[in-house]
Design a protein around this ligand. Structure first.
Ligand SMILES: Cc1ncc(COP(=O)(O)O)c(C=O)c1O
Length: 384
């Protein structure tokens, strides 16, 4: 069954939970339009910044000054001091590398992958790459091969078999539905076999969540300098909105500014969003380490607790935790029962995820407590 069938069937059975209308700010607590109060594990607000006072104040201040938008793409309609500060903030986060901000990281992948692919004869990508990566790869028209999820041995074989080609490897850093982390040490070592290959990491979930300074999975693997393109988003750990790409090749980044339609043919984030994002990067610089540490502790606790239920949660070790069900309708039923107990997770069914691997995805944030996790996992245990 695919998501549209699951949605229709769930409506018939009274299980439907998609597109919940909310009457509360994003965070640990969620109030639905009908007044039901939820403990939410459905946001990717990993550092707990979405509803942070400083974020809200800075967005409001920028809107007071510059209004609600910039009136068109930056190339023609301009940008504000907040956009400039944000751009510099990305460069600083990645120790002086060049970056470009995008309205979303979906647009970043969709726009930049086709341009990066012009420098390649073959794309090798993880089969479970995010849909925005797949869209970018398909749009590029470049020949591609998908390797079995996380199977670096297969990737290595493909690299060895295609020594004569220019290769672009693309993968998520932290996988959005599985919560596991690509083995970036092994992947970057493939440059020893094929020195000119390029590596593109979409780390939308890892940026802010992982790494000493919040650079994400590439930082925690110690390989930032080996990665040619790092994609991040402000819409998850950083509690704002907007994507960015960090480039190794500065001259290429300058070309992307002019050639990438999702960069220069679409309006940038609003001044309010740019300002909130600047504040998120400031908070990251001062409190990020503490917030990540607390999240990591809670993550460790939650994994142990879920393991004690004996459920399948694949290979996740991060704050993104899938609880797997073979049957999508069983996943929908358990999810609806969780909602009945005031717990909101995210129901993933095919084609978001492979057949027989439907899941309820639980995302932990800095604002969750051990008591929240106990309540959620105990409820899950009783339902299953
Ligand atoms: C791996 C990955 N890349 C990109 C995106 C898109 O994020 P954004 O909200 O910045 O478009 C997501 C969102 O879920 C994601 O999981």
């Amino acid at each position: 069954m695919r998501i549209d069938d699951v949605a229709l069937k769930s409506k018939e059975l009274g299980y439907y939970t998609y597109f919940p209308q909310v009457r509360s700010a994003c965070g640990r607590d969620m109030t639905l339009a009908d007044g039901r109060k939820m403990l939410s594990f459905a946001s990717c607000d990993y550092l707990g910044l979405s509803n942070h006072e400083r974020m809200k104040e800075s967005a409001i201040a920028a809107i007071r000054e510059y209004g609600s938008n910039i009136g068109g793409p930056m190339i023609f309609s301009g940008f504000t001091e907040y956009h400039e500060r944000l751009q510099n903030g990305f460069n600083e986060l990645y120790a002086g590398r060049t970056s470009l901000m995008f309205t979303t990281s979906y647009q970043a992948n969709f726009g930049v992958i086709p341009l990066a692919a012009e420098r390649a004869d073959l794309i090798l990508l993880d089969q479970l790459s995010h849909v925005s990566i797949w869209d970018g790869v398909k749009l590029s028209g470049c020949p591609f091969r998908a390797y079995i999820h996380a199977n670096v041995e297969m990737l290595e074989q493909l690299v060895r078999l295609n020594q004569d080609k220019r290769i672009l490897i693309i993968t998520d850093g932290v996988f959005s539905a599985d919560g596991d982390v690509a083995d970036l040490r092994k992947i970057t070592r493939l440059k020893q076999i094929h020195p000119s290959l390029e590596i593109y990491i979409d780390d939308a979930h890892g940026v802010g969540m992982l790494g000493g300074s919040g650079q994400g999975a590439c930082e925690s693997a110690g390989v930032v300098s080996d990665i040619d393109y790092i994609v991040g988003t402000m819409s998850k750990a950083f509690g704002s909105s907007g994507g960015f790409v960090v480039f190794k090749d500065e001259a290429f980044a300058e070309r992307v500014r002019f050639r990438c339609p999702t960069y220069n043919g679409s309006q940038s984030v609003s001044p309010g969003v740019a300002s909130a994002s600047c504040t998120a990067l400031e908070i990251n610089a001062t409190e990020g380490v503490v917030r990540r540490h607390q999240l990591a502790e809670l993550t460790r606790y939650t994994h142990e607790k879920i393991d004690s239920l004996g459920v399948d949660k694949l290979y996740s070790k991060t704050a993104v935790i899938p609880v797997i069900f073979k049957d999508p309708m069983e996943a929908a039923r358990v999810n609806a029962e969780l909602v009945g107990k005031g717990i909101m997770g995210s129901l993933f069914v095919p084609p978001f995820v492979p057949n027989h691997q439907s899941r309820i995805r639980l995302c932990l944030t800095y604002n969750h407590t051990i008591a929240d996790v106990d309540y959620c996992v105990d409820a899950l245990g009783k339902i299953i």
